[in-house]
Design a protein around this ligand. Structure first.
Ligand SMILES: C[S@@+](CC[C@H](N)C(=O)[O-])C[C@H]1O[C@@H](n2cnc3c(N)ncnc32)[C@H](O)[C@@H]1O
Length: 298
């Protein structure tokens, strides 16, 4: 075994260590230790091909953190994190626990990568949070399985607002899958006041050299367990149909309610992802829905 650190749990028996996986590559981009030689070799190659990939991963992770924080500030306390990845800095359940006004938060992580799931199980058990946070090992392309899983059913009440996160994951979904229909399957379960937050790699709004580099890197993912699909803003926008897109709209990572922590490199990487948050319209059934958020049109 050539795992990067003894801190990470051993790989489960079913894990494929022959081909790199998106979960473990992303962990390597973020400087984590739950990755293997095959993942690190891919990550090193990726940095040569597209030098902004590490700041892009960090900027994406920070976007996720800002969305979770904004949702908590709006009184949303339930989270379904689809394609949650290997646990790393800024995990959703940690943000929920740290939010001083949040009581009774619930978090369900979903991933199909066995190492990501094993590590999440390990962390959640170690932190003794399994009464309110859990991980489902499932393919998000099967919403019926995800939504019907006993952990999802135990923890989430879909009659109340839920924040569904599809952050940096839908670019691994394509081919036979109708992504708009898939997103719709999750959205139709959501009560008024629920949020859908997502980010997606793109190169339709960046300078040509970077765009070409990212296109080459995306093509390289066909050698991993997770082929990747670049999409344009026009392709991402319809996924928010039927939702009120929250301010500042569908934008690049560094432009979504930025804070002071964004570095210059992360700003530079920003144009390589589209991101946004939509809210299910209608009157919230819980008390927190009394104040309406600032919105822009879809
Ligand atoms: C780049 S990571 C993103 C992690 C996290 N969402 C974030 O933004 O920090 C993508 C994750 O999505 C997972 N993933 C990709 N396709 C998936 C699918 N069809 N079902 C479940 N998980 C999937 C991968 O295993 C990986 O852990």
């Amino acid at each position: 075994m050539d795992k990067a650190s003894e801190d990470a749990p051993d790989a489960p028996a079913s894990v494929n260590l022959e081909a790199a996986s998106a979960a473990r590559i992303y962990d390597a981009y973020l400087g984590g230790t739950t990755n293997w030689a095959v993942d690190r070799a891919f990550a090193e190659q990726a940095v040569k091909q597209f030098p902004l990939i590490k700041p892009l991963a960090r900027a994406n992770r920070r976007f996720l953190g800002r969305v979770v924080h904004a949702a908590l500030d709006r009184g949303i306390t339930q989270f379904l994190d689809l394609g949650s990845g290997v646990p790393t800095a800024g995990n959703v359940h940690e943000a929920v626990a740290a939010h001083e006004r949040t009581v009774g938060g619930k978090v369900v992580y979903v991933d199909y990568e066995p190492v990501a799931v094993a590590h999440a199980e390990h962390i959640l058990a170690q932190q003794d949070v399994l009464s309110w946070a859990g991980i489902v090992r499932a393919d998000l392309r099967e919403p019926k399985v995800v939504l019907g899983d006993r952990t999802t059913v135990r923890l989430l009440d879909f009659s109340l607002p839920v924040c569904v996160l599809m952050v940096s994951v839908l670019h691994f979904v394509g081919g036979e899958t109708d992504v708009a229909a898939l997103v719709g399957r999750y959205r139709e379960r959501l009560a008024p006041g629920s949020w859908l937050g997502l980010s997606h790699i793109c190169n339709d709004d960046s300078e040509p050299d970077g765009a070409a580099q990212l296109a080459r890197l995306a093509a390289q993912y066909s050698t991993t367990q997770n082929p990747a699909f670049l999409r344009t803003r026009a392709e991402v926008e319809p996924w928010f149909d039927g939702l009120a897109v929250l301010s500042p709209g569908i934008v690049h990572l560094a432009d979504w309610r930025p804070d002071d922590e964004i570095t210059a490199a992360e700003k530079e990487a920003g144009p390589f992802m589209w991101c946004g948050v939509g809210e299910v319209p209608g009157q919230r059934s819980d008390a927190a829905g009394v104040h309406r958020p600032q919105r822009t049109g879809p």
